[in-house]
Design a protein around this ligand. Structure first.
Ligand SMILES: [Cu+2]
Length: 313
């Protein structure tokens, strides 16, 4: 059969194009496999982390069931926190629990939908995938409805968070007493007012632990001698940065007597970890007795120092 030179050339070109297309398909398939593997890895990792957290939470629920009657508060994330002993701590726990519940529900919903769609619409012979642009209302609803629901969830978190913020940081209630707190590298100093309630008389009592009466509104006037510190009492749900050159007032009212740890939660230098102190909450009578004994001990010390100091002439 006669084949012209032109036809042979054409055949070679078509054959070359086929080889090129085949190579391109192989490259695309390899890239697709690579991205599929990395996506699957991320997906499995997120499920593993979620599963681990959930399992940990289940152990908490199981131990609560074992030790006493299971209560609703054991089911939420604030069950992991130290017991709240401030009047406003419950509000903060509520905000954290609300965020936890919303995120957990959305996580399960989103992952459940992905799994369902992956199985329901998996590759089948003879069925071609569709490219859906979402350009009509019915398709767009798949984006608009979840976006609207997320917005409602966000606003409910904002409302709960705003109320808690107003209580803790917004308008402070009138104080029953005020104490000056000074952060320094690496210790806390607590200065109690003199008998007339002033801090500048030179007769103020300075201690390494913070004593307060239960059921009283306490203002703490926070200041720093050197760098930024952070006054943190987990049981009070109180956390406030202290900035050099500023006096920042925070407040709390303790509801239960006990000894609680005060920490600095701002990395402030090499011995930051040692910047601990104690908050001792006691009954008003015990607090007054402690204050009286500390004041008389301080007065005696000052008198002894005055006697021991040699006078001129
Ligand atoms: Cu510090």
């Amino acid at each position: 059969m006669f084949v012209s030179a032109h036809s042979r050339k054409l055949k070679r070109r078509v054959f070359g194009q086929k080889i090129f297309r085949c190579q391109r398909n192989q490259r695309e398939r390899a890239l697709w496999k690579q991205s599929y593997r990395s996506e699957r890895g991320c997906w499995l990792l997120s499920w593993f982390l979620f599963g681990a957290c959930f399992a940990l939470h289940l152990t908490r629920i199981a131990s609560a069931t074992h030790s006493r009657k299971l209560e609703v508060q054991n089911l939420v994330i604030s069950a992991w926190f130290p017991a709240n002993v401030s009047t406003y701590g419950g509000q903060i726990d509520h905000v954290i629990d609300l965020i936890f519940m919303i995120v957990a529900i959305w996580f399960v919903l989103a992952q459940g939908t992905i799994i369902y769609f992956a199985i329901r619409y998996r590759r089948k012979p003879g069925v071609k995938a569709q490219y859906v642009q979402g350009d009509n209302l019915k398709q767009g609803a798949w984006i608009l409805v979840p976006a609207l629901l997320v917005l409602v969830c966000d606003l409910s978190i904002d409302a709960a968070g705003g109320r808690a913020w107003e209580t803790v940081k917004g308008s402070l209630p009138p104080p029953d007493m005020a104490i000056q707190v000074t952060g320094k590298q690496f210790a806390w100093l607590f200065t109690y007012p003199a008998a007339d309630g002033r801090f500048d008389t030179g007769k103020n009592l300075t201690e390494n632990s913070l004593h307060v009466p239960v059921g009283r509104v306490v203002h703490v006037v926070l200041q720093s001698d050197d760098v930024i510190h952070d006054f943190f009492v987990p049981e009070l749900r109180l956390k406030q940065d202290i900035v050099p050159g500023r006096k920042i007032t925070a407040w709390f009212e303790v509801t239960k007597a006990g000894t609680y740890e005060i920490a600095c939660s701002q990395l402030c230098g090499p011995a930051h970890f040692g910047m601990k102190a104690q908050l001792v909450a006691e009954s008003p009578a015990d607090y007054q007795a402690w204050l009286k004994s500390e004041r008389s001990a301080a007065d005696k010390k000052t008198a002894n120092l005055t006697i021991a100091t040699p006078t001129n002439g």
